[in-house]
Design a protein around this ligand. Structure first.
Ligand SMILES: C[S@@+](CC[C@H](N)C(=O)[O-])C[C@H]1O[C@@H](n2cnc3c(N)ncnc32)[C@H](O)[C@@H]1O
Length: 382
């Protein structure tokens, strides 16, 4: 496998992929390949599949096989880097952990995996035994039912891979215990990537304050707010997730108000009902942009959401705006907030900007690995 002249720099610089048009020579069939420059210098070892985008995924940057020993060393390294993060965390974050196409979330003794590309699918017999032997979980469950997989031409795979099949995921986060039915859960079951923002909110919120958690899922933000003595209203369209929220609140002797519905519609209804304003409004939408051409429409939608949120925000209140879409970056979030604030005649200051947490590493060499951004703004009247 030969990279086109000039494209070898990408791999030399630890980018773990080459597109089909970046190859000068490619084998006829999918399989493990040694990747070289046009001057025959060794670059890495990867897996080639013309049906995949990128066509080559690079798994090592030194000579050697893509075998169980390699994957075991990747898993050990990933585990070392998560020391001290508690029982629930992302253990493997694909490219950023040197494992393009594999995501592993740890929930205590249960691992939930997502296989996102053809290479990792083909290499299953090498990495799965390594995962089990290195991490010694009680069970491994697969949730490979994401859109990315369909784009790779792969079927969905959902079910147990090792050990007893868990029906529920027991997620513990800072003393909150969630019981999430696995088959119905979104993604790998829990949005681990917002843990640090949830902690931030809990540190900032005070008794008697009002918190509006829009796109709440199982209420990770709302539950922390009520634990501090605040009032919280959670909004999501997923009834199953709201059911988990409700059960979790009861188990902990807490109370969160719930509205099931489409976010925009619920915000409009709250305004029409003359709801009391909130001290904190959180907007944590799903991935609104999957392709660059979707960006303008997504921004318009977000401006509308932020406008309504500002109307529901009390003076000197806090607005938390997140994007988990790679194409919707910090600059776009700031522009959205600026447009909405101008429409609503509100003056805002940027208090904090956060990025994906350390268990979802951001590799300098893989720009796509920075995907989660949150801007925290405070209403700042003169
Ligand atoms: C990124 S997750 C939110 C994670 C959550 N904040 C947490 O800390 O666990 C996005 C959530 O938005 C919900 N959702 C997606 N589209 C929606 C819509 N149009 N209206 C309301 N909720 C929606 C999904 O059900 C999902 O729970």
């Amino acid at each position: 496998m030969v990279a086109r002249e000039g494209r070898e720099k990408k791999v030399r610089n630890f980018y773990p992929g080459l597109f089909a048009d970046e190859l000068a020579e490619a084998p006829e069939k999918p399989g493990v390949v040694r990747v070289c420059s046009s001057r025959d210098e060794f670059l890495g070892v990867g897996y080639y599949d013309p049906q995949s985008r990128p066509a080559v995924r690079v798994y090592r940057f030194e000579e050697g096989p893509l075998d169980t020993a390699l994957f075991a060393s990747r898993f050990r390294r990933a585990q070392q880097k998560r020391a001290g993060l508690g029982p629930s965390h992302r253990l493997v974050h694909a490219e950023a952990d040197g494992l393009p196409g594999l995501v592993v979330d740890r929930f205590g003794e249960v691992l939930v995996v997502q296989v996102r590309n053809r290479a990792m699918e083909a290499l299953r017999e090498a990495w799965l035994p390594a995962l089990v032997e290195t991490l010694r979980p009680e069970a491994v469950y697969e949730r490979s039912d994401m859109e990315q997989r369909r784009l790779e031409g792969l079927e969905e795979r959902v079910g147990p891979l090792y050990g007893p099949a868990p029906t529920e995921l027991l997620v513990e986060e800072d003393g909150l215990h969630f019981q999430i039915p696995l088959a119905l859960a979104q993604k790998t079951g829990f949005y681990l990537d917002q843990r640090e923002n949830r902690r931030r909110l809990e540190a900032m919120v005070g008794p008697g304050e009002r918190v509006l958690d829009v796109y709440s899922y199982v209420g990770g933000f709302a539950l922390r707010a009520v634990r501090k003595g605040a009032y919280a209203l959670a909004v999501d369209k997923d009834l199953q997730a709201l059911g988990v929220l409700d059960r979790t609140a009861r188990r902990h002797g807490l109370r969160v108000d719930i509205r099931q519905g489409e976010a925009l519609g619920v915000l409009q209804a709250l305004l029409q009902q003359g709801t009391q304003p909130f001290r904190h409004v959180l907007l944590d939408p799903p991935t609104l942009v999957k392709r660059p051409e979707e960006l303008p429409r997504a921004k318009r939608h977000l401006v509308e959401l932020v406008r309504l949120s500002l109307r529901l925000l009390e003076q000197e209140g806090w607005l938390w705006l997140s994007s988990c879409a790679y194409y919707l970056g910090v600059e776009e979030l700031l522009e959205v907030a600026r447009r909405a604030a101008a429409d609503e005649r509100r003056r805002l200051r940027v208090h904090t900007i956060t990025y994906n947490p350390p268990d979802h590493p951001w590799s300098l060499h893989v720009p796509e690995s920075l995907y989660l951004k949150t801007i925290v703004l405070q209403d700042d009247p003169l």
